[in-house]
Design a protein around this ligand. Sequence first.
Ligand code: FAD
Length: 371
Amino acid sequence: MAARLVLVGAGHAHAEVLRRFAQQPAPDVDLLLVSPIAQVPYSGMMPGWLGGRYSWEECCVDFAALAAAAGARWVQDEVVALNAAQRLLVLASGKTLRADFVALNIGSTVLTPRSIPGQPLILPTRPLTALRVHTEHLLSTLSSRQAQAPLRLVGVGAGAAGFEMLLGLQARLTAQGVTAQSTLTTRSGSFLPGLSVPARRLARCTLQQHRVRLQLGFDAARLGTGAVLDAKGNALAADVVLWATGGVAHAWPAQSGLAVDASGFVQVDATLRSISHPWLFAVGDCACFTPLAVPKSGVYSVRMGPVLADNLHAMLRGQPLSTYQPQPRFLVLLNTGDGHAIASRGALGWRGRWVMRWKDRIDRKFLGRYR
Ligand SMILES: Cc1cc2nc3c(=O)[nH]c(=O)nc-3n(C[C@H](O)[C@H](O)[C@H](O)COP(=O)(O)OP(=O)(O)OC[C@H]3O[C@@H](n4cnc5c(N)ncnc54)[C@H](O)[C@@H]3O)c2cc1C
């Protein structure tokens, strides 16, 4: 019987795995992809989509097509549990899937407070697959707004995603004739961690140019009437809250008995294999690479893709596995929603329209690999 390899999640690394399987088919393998959707948005272009630069279709990878080209079966479903002892995946539909080998590329999720009437409207940045629906709902609700006063927009989380998405949303609202008064908040004492000092300075200038106030040290915990509240009850007035706090682990891998770190991310060795269950791989944001801490960033998931593809092929043939070497630093490109972008690499930083053109070329080239 052919060995069954189940790819769970339409993440960056699995796009590469499917591309490689299409180039180098493995006829003795029953290859499956479990993903709730076929058209998967690429996060790098989501701020540009939100800001109105790209159409949704321009930003998506068609995983159904990738799976078909790789000879894989696309299972339109979601994994909700894993019985590790029996190598059985439990799906949201109630069905189960037996697997010989599994690869997880399921990203992370975000814990978002619920909004009830009277409280600010909330736009969570994750899951990205729901971003379009959430944004369209928000914009249609705002279109019937009568108020003369500016819309109070608060971004919670001042990492790269929070920074870009707040500027993108503000640009979109401005284009729709809505004047926003924006604040970007973070619980920490600094913003855009990991960026160079010049890039952060340019980011601060950009916020000032767009009249976005930066409030450091505000640990947003919940929503109240017309406000975001921190744990002590301090309030920040808000009509709309963009929730972009850091990713948290999906619960089911830890519940399945896989070895996970203190945050619930699946611990893997240098070959990207689970340290407790060697028939399972985990890559991207859902993994904790035990040899060395690596940032939760799409760039790392992309770079894990080729190693994962090689190792899946090698494991199916009983050959030795390769190791993944994380790059020591990487280029960060932030879309500022005004036709410009900021670049940060090492100790350097730049801003300009040319940086946005550079980012656009990189993003389109990445997507072009999977079309
Ligand atoms: C708005 C925004 C902008 C960003 N911009 C950048 C950027 O420019 N550059 C960068 O490097 N990083 C960026 N990031 C971070 C980046 O998105 C993540 O680090 C990256 O997406 C992680 O990739 P991944 O391959 O691990 O998983 P993901 O890209 O998150 O993909 C996981 C997939 O698995 C699916 N899935 C989840 N659970 C299940 C399940 N149980 N069963 C089946 N399928 C499941 C999801 O639907 C999703 O399609 C951004 C993040 C956000 C929110």
